[in-house]
Design a protein around this ligand. Structure first.
Ligand code: NAD
Length: 543
């Protein structure tokens, strides 16, 4: 691990009130020293979205540093995997407590680097706590050998084992700095893997804080390595050296990662973009549905892979629902502040802001109108944009199909459940969806018809996301593989089938009884015996 004497450019306490809340410069220096770098490395100054002021000069790794990080991780992995599972699980349980105990530090960091509201940042704290608890408690059953039978009952004892793959690579984006730094790391670790984590440079401090907490929780040094740098160089280098990769990001980049993983024949879990639909049926309580829609569309300033960007409303309740939805959206408070005052924070970067502005302007050019928002709030900070509801969006507008990844939702009216389902499924993406109806039975039936990896009934995204035992992932262009549940852990393991043939050397120590007799049959006797056995097995409905 490299250490350096780079000055840390923290926000100036004289000029910026946010500075009084964040970590001390020495603490930031300690965090930054965790990045695997070489002497003479470059740095990237990151800027706080709330103010545009500098946060820190983040050290950048090179592709060679990544190769070195993977080698070190590989060495550390053997000892880590050799520990009893309960010792690895105990690290996750301690992490759970540390993250909750020190939440205000990490809430500051998330807000500082990402710009989201504190309430949205808190969702990440909860998420990490429940991921840690879930895998600490469930890893034993998820990793337990599975028994299976051979061709004839009793003849073969088969067990399916799960081994750690080795070094898992996690390439994480900037939109959920804590959640996406740890969601895939924790199951990989508890399964006995080492991990090389590449956070986005913009949110490196949060990821480094997470690494520090893991070590404080008892993770041996070296088992988790953090490299920082751009996607096409450092992110790509991770894919180049690890034994499995978990990538979270856009569909376009996911395709690049998938190609390289395929060439290397390593498994890849790809959690990609969404253009997630919500349906509001004709029997809803409109205020409840409108309140849910506000959270589903604008939490984390809409920079949330599972947030809602298409809203289909049954025409019977459209007028009433939209009145409530618009009123509640307009009432949201925007603001910068490391406290729970503002409902909605800032976008993270100029690039995100540019996409949001482009999508809204393009929609207006194609005939849409703004029901709420549509304003870049330069008075609050460089990247604030009001939560925006668009009506009358036409099929040729970009926002109709392309992911905005910002606080913009398009509303459409539908005349029936069938029309709603058809419209929801009219997308190449299939990450998340939401259905609102008083009848949970109707909701569940509708959900099963929607082509999406998760569907929430009477909730926007959190019900499925926080169901830790259930897989979370995309269909279509939204990705392959899953996080959460046994699937999220199994993705980082190799399955091995060990089949023990019984009776070959005689049964109960008596030579001449057992399989040896079968081996002495001639082909005709053998095939006729087996045919008879197969018929009996089918009659007995043996699997
Ligand atoms: P992006 O694809 O541009 O970048 C994602 C990350 O990949 C970045 O940190 C980038 O540095 C890195 N990267 C770029 N090229 C790479 C390469 N060749 N090899 C390896 N890594 C590379 O996406 P973004 O705009 O930064 O992130 C937002 C996207 O992420 C949205 O599309 C969003 O829906 C998606 N996302 C999905 C989930 C999910 O769980 N499905 C969660 C959060 C975000």
């Amino acid at each position: 691990m490299a250490h350096d004497d780079e000055p840390v450019q923290l926000i100036d306490p004289e000029t910026d009130p946010l500075a009084t809340y964040v970590l001390e410069p020495d603490d930031v220096r300690t965090l930054l020293a965790r990045v695997v770098t070489s002497p003479g490395h470059e740095t990237r100054t990151t800027y706080a979205p709330f103010t545009g002021g500098p946060i820190a000069a983040v050290p950048l790794s090179t592709p060679d540093d990544v190769a070195r990080a993977v080698r070190s991780a590989r060495r550390a992995q053997h000892t880590w995997a050799a520990l009893p599972l309960r010792r690895r699980a105990a690290v996750l349980l301690r992490l759970h407590d540390l993250v909750l105990a020190h939440q205000s530090d990490v809430l500051d960091l998330i807000q500082l680097e990402n710009g989201k509201s504190r309430a949205s940042a808190y969702e990440e704290v909860v998420d990490v706590a429940i991921v840690a608890r879930h895998y600490a408690v469930r890893a034993r059953s998820y990793l337990a050998p599975r028994r299976s039978g051979g061709i004839l009952p009793g003849l073969t004892g088969t067990r399916v084992l799960r081994h750690p793959l080795g070094v898992v690579g996690v390439v994480a984006p900037w939109n959920f700095p804590l959640t996406l730094a740890l969601s895939d790391v924790l199951p990989a670790l508890v399964a006995g893997n080492a991990v090389v984590l590449r956070p986005d440079p913009q949110t490196a401090l949060t990821a480094l804080w997470a690494a520090e907490q893991l070590e404080a929780a008892g993770l041996p040094p070296g088992v988790l390595q953090v490299v920082v740098g751009d996607g096409p160089t450092v992110g790509a280098a991770v894919v180049e050296h690890v034994d499995q990769v978990s990538f979270t990001g856009s569909t376009a980049t996911g395709r690049v990662v998938a190609q390289r993983a395929a060439e290397r024949l390593i498994p890849a879990t790809l959690e990609l973009g969404g253009k997630n639909p919500m349906y509001v049926a004709d029997d809803v309580d409109v205020e409840t549905a409108a309140e849910g829609a506000v959270r589903a569309c604008f939490a984390s300033t809409g920079q949330l892979c599972v947030s809602i960007e298409r809203l289909y409303v049954h025409e019977a309740v459209a007028e009433e629902f939209l009145a409530a939805f618009v009123r509640r959206t307009r009432a949201l408070s925007l603001g910068a502040g490391l406290d729970y005052v503002a409902d909605v924070g800032s976008l993270t970067s100029a690039a995100q802001l540019a996409t949001v502005v482009e999508h809204v302007e393009d929609a207006l050019t194609h005939g849409a109108r703004v029901l709420a928002g549509g304003v870049h709030r330069t008075d609050l900070g460089p990247f604030f944009y009001e939560p925006t509801i668009l009506d009358g969006v036409t099929e040729d507008a970009r926002v109709h199909r392309e992911e905005t990844f910002g606080p913009v939702v398009s509303v459409y009216r539908v005349a029936s459940d069938d029309e709603a389902v058809a419209a929801m499924n009219d997308s190449d993406l299939g990450l998340n969806a939401s259905v609102w109806t008083r009848s949970t039975r109707r909701g569940a039936a509708l959900a099963a018809r929607v082509r999406a990896g998760t569907v929430n009934v009477n909730e926007g995204y959190a019900a499925a996301w926080t169901s830790m035992g259930a897989p979370q992932g995309g269909r279509g262009q939204s990705g392959t593989g899953h996080r959460h549940g046994p699937e999220g852990l199994w993705a980082t393991t190799a399955t091995q089938t060990v089949a023990v043939q019984r009776g070959v050397h005689g049964l109960a120590g008596v030579p001449g009884i057992g399989l040896r007799r079968v081996y002495e049959l001639d082909a005709e006797q053998w095939t006729s015996m087996l045919t008879g056995a197969l018929r009996v097995m089918k009659a007995l409905r043996r699997p």
